[in-house]
Write a protein that binds this ligand. Structure first.
Ligand code: ATP
Ligand code: MG
Length: 241
């Protein structure tokens, strides 16, 4: 008991951010009626400031795990706690709010809109915003972040006029524009050459160290994984560190 309390206290001091406890996730295929177990009582704790790589073969459940972390997908059983609040019990409004406020997502395909400029793409989440002061602040942040990732000379260019690496960095800026606590990236270097992948890996390190953003990065790249502080592997639905 004393040991348990000490552990709990250490977690508070270290600042636990996300705790996945015995997460089980399966998919039912309608044609064959077979259940495909993807996450099997998987447990994982992420502390504030962590920088984690998730590795694992194709189909092992990496994207599924990120989706559960961000509440885009709900587990069949187990609990997800963020800042010690159980998000698995939120209703859909609360979940949407949670994601908008706390999570930044970088997808493998950058999903930038071709008809918008770089700056407009980054500010897209603020398009419906009515408050002009809030909009102005967001624009200031966007310009600062675009400068941080080395894209300040291209803010009026469209994605079609940018390289793959530049688009990927732009997607990172868009994921950071609302100042999320946790950045989740799904194979962000998947389509990049070695030099651009290396540049993006270094950028992740700086975002973590200088902006204090906690991050989980799914990757097939050993190079990118080596830039992270922790390396986790998914095997048979469970995490191995
Ligand atoms: N919506 C779904 N319905 C049914 N099965 C699914 C669904 N999404 C994923 N799966 C299955 O769950 C397993 C894990 O998928 P997931 O996308 O998490 O793998 P992954 O590790 O991200 O793979 P990759 O490296 O190829 O991206 C796969 O076998 C996949 O076919
Ligand atoms: Mg995937």
């Amino acid at each position: 008991m004393a040991e348990f309390m000490l552990l709990e206290r250490n977690n508070l001091i270290l600042g636990r951010m996300l705790k996945l406890d015995k997460i089980t996730k399966y998919y039912e295929t309608t044609e064959s009626n077979i259940r495909r177990l993807v996450l099997d009582e998987l447990s994982l704790e992420i502390t504030k400031g962590d920088r984690i790589a998730i590795l694992g073969p194709s189909g092992s459940g990496k994207s599924t795990l990120l989706n559960v972390m961000s509440s885009l997908d709900l587990p069949n059983s187990g609990t997800v706690k963020f800042d010690d609040e159980e998000i698995s019990s939120y209703n859909s409004n609360q979940l949407a709010q949670f994601r908008n406020k706390k999570i930044g997502f970088v997808f493998q395909a950058h999903h930038l809109l071709p008809q918008l400029s770089l700056l407009e793409n980054v500010l897209l989440p603020y398009l419906p915003e009515k408050d002009r002061a809030v909009k102005k602040e967001a624009e200031k942040r966007a310009l600062h972040l675009l400068d941080f990732v080395g894209l300040s000379n291209q803010i009026h260019q469209r994605p079609g006029q940018m390289s793959g690496g530049e688009c990927q960095r732009a997607a990172v800026v868009r994921a950071l524009i609302h100042e999320p606590k946790l950045l989740l990236a799904d194979e962000p270097t998947g389509s990049l050459d070695k030099a651009s992948a290396d540049q993006l890996a270094k950028l992740f390190v700086r975002i973590n160290e200088e902006q204090g953003v906690t991050m989980v990065v799914v990757t097939h790249s050993q190079d990118l994984a080596e830039h992270m502080k922790r390396i986790c592997r998914i095997e048979n639905g469970k995490i191995k560190e």
